[in-house]
Ligand binder design. Structure first.
Ligand SMILES: NC(=O)c1ccc[n+]([C@@H]2O[C@H](COP(=O)([O-])OP(=O)(O)OC[C@H]3O[C@@H](n4cnc5c(N)ncnc54)[C@H](O)[C@@H]3O)[C@@H](O)[C@H]2O)c1
Length: 286
């Protein structure tokens, strides 16, 4: 199939390179010209315009950043990309599916992405174009390998037709496919990241106890991880979580549920322990 990537960073490239490997035709688009030039020099198809990318694809994967700014998910970058895709859809004939790959808070695709696409394309979702929310679970350091070997493929769909087309794109993958609603796909992604953050904070708290008791926390991590229900990820304490996703997603989600009048007690503790272990390390090193 003909696929395009809008936002050719970590997720965009892993998605694009991965689907190319499975025989799909890919075109990459990005607002960063250097990124496009590098992709072109390494033999990949690029489009200098968003219209060109949309025109030459059946499925458009949106992989732009969704940073957390002042504790809240910033939708601005995604909004620019979606408005541009909406305008491009207006110029082309034929049914296409727009797929949100970026991490977005529950209800974002249904309440913001779909209305923007309809407004700027002057088309109707479901009739004229499709929409899916297809979160990615890969780790940045092993992005390409993780993309090729997913534990599961989650397809949140606006309607059955959108989901059917996206499932076809994944037909060569050997992974269970979970078809669900747009909101549910968004929530699944957050639940995964929030659990990983919680696990790391749990073992960081164990690490602080171990330091006080004179117990070897690395050995504890190894021994505990041998239980297959627990596993090895995040069990070696003394390392606060950082990186591009866990801190930003934890902060944005906690603020989000507070707007729903829910007190995220556990998530607040996870964040607190993460800061605490950092200060603990600094004190120990002094
Ligand atoms: N990095 C990860 O490990 C990871 C894992 C899972 C999910 N995610 C999520 O995926 C999304 C993308 O993350 P990333 O790490 O790939 O970001 P990234 O910064 O590596 O790449 C984003 C790309 O989008 C481009 N861009 C920005 N605005 C654009 C626009 N209007 N049109 C076209 N391109 C535009 C940027 O130039 C950049 O190249 C985020 O929502 C993130 O939370 C990331």
């Amino acid at each position: 199939m003909d696929l395009s990537i809008v936002g050719s960073g970590v997720i965009g490239q892993a998605t694009g390179f991965g689907f190319s490997k499975f025989g799909h035709n890919l075109v990459f688009y990005d607002i960063n010209e250097k990124t496009l030039a590098t992709l072109k020099d390494s033999g990949h198809n690029i489009s200098q315009s968003l219209l060109g990318a949309v025109q030459n694809s059946d499925v458009i994967f949106v992989c732009v950043p969704t940073p957390t700014v002042d504790g809240l998910m910033d939708f601005g970058i995604m909004q620019d990309a979606i408005v541009g895709i909406g305008e491009a859809l207006r110029e082309v004939d034929g049914y296409r599916v727009v797929v949100v790959r970026s991490t977005v808070l529950p209800s974002t695709t249904r309440c913001k992405v779909v209305p923007l696409l309809e407004r700027y394309s002057k088309l109707t979702a479901g009739d004229d174009f499709g929409v899916c929310m297809n979160p990615e679970f890969l780790r940045e350091k092993t992005a390409f390998e993780d993309f090729l070997n997913p534990d599961r493929v989650v397809i949140g769909e606006f309607d059955k037709r959108s989901g059917d087309l996206l499932e076809k794109v994944y037909s060569s993958f050997d992974a269970p496919v979970i078809r669900t609603s747009l909101d549910s796909a968004e929530m699944i992604k957050y639940a995964s990241n929030l659990f990983l953050a919680t696990k790391i904070s749990f073992f960081n708290e164990m690490y602080i106890f171990c330091q006080k008791l004179g117990v070897d926390s690395e050995l504890l991590g190894k021994a505990v991880s041998l239980d297959p229900r627990i596993g090895e990820y995040g069990v070696y304490g003394g390392r606060p979580f950082d990186g591009k996703c866990l801190p930003k997603d934890l902060e944005a989600f906690s603020s989000f549920v507070k707007t729903l009048d829910v007190n995220p007690k556990l998530l607040d503790a996870v964040s607190h322990v993460n800061t605490e272990v950092d200060s603990f390390n600094k004190k120990v090193r002094k």
